[in-house]
Design a binder for this molecule. Structure first.
Ligand SMILES: [Cu+2]
Length: 135
């Protein structure tokens, strides 16, 4: 009985420690962005600063797209850019037809960024979204 009690309190202490860790550390958030008929849904997002955000990018279209996140300078460069695939950077994601890709980003600075598909004609067609990082 005594032994059972000791095991029980150890388990309770462990549970408390886990709860405290989850409570203190910034927990990751998941945001799903769906692409359908060459449009981002949602096309406006607000995220907190300093918290890992996992973006789940669901391409429901039978054609390739991309999800490029950055400021105006970044997008100016990509509008005239020539590279076809974006791999390795969490803010530059190629989305093959009918595939889902996730990427995780932690934003350190408040501000407004845009996510754009820079495949030919896609931006002018409306493949643009706005992401605000809270201060
Ligand atoms: Cu596109």
């Amino acid at each position: 009985m005594r032994r059972t009690g000791r095991i029980g309190s150890t388990a309770a202490a462990l549970l408390l420690a886990v709860t405290a860790a989850v409570g203190c550390a910034p927990s990751a958030q998941t945001i799903t962005i769906t692409i359908h008929y060459s449009a981002f849904e949602p096309s406006q997002l607000t995220v907190p600063r300093g918290v890992p955000i996992m973006f789940v990018l669901v391409n429901q279209d039978p054609i390739d797209h991309e999800w490029l996140l950055g400021d105006e300078t970044f997008h100016d460069a990509h509008r005239t850019g020539t590279h076809e695939r974006h791999d390795g950077l969490p803010t530059e994601v190629s989305l093959p037809a009918l595939e889902t890709v996730d990427t995780t980003i932690t934003f350190d600075e408040p501000g407004t960024l845009a996510y754009v598909c820079h495949l030919p004609q896609h931006e002018s067609y409306g493949m643009v979204g706005e992401l605000s990082v809270e201060g």
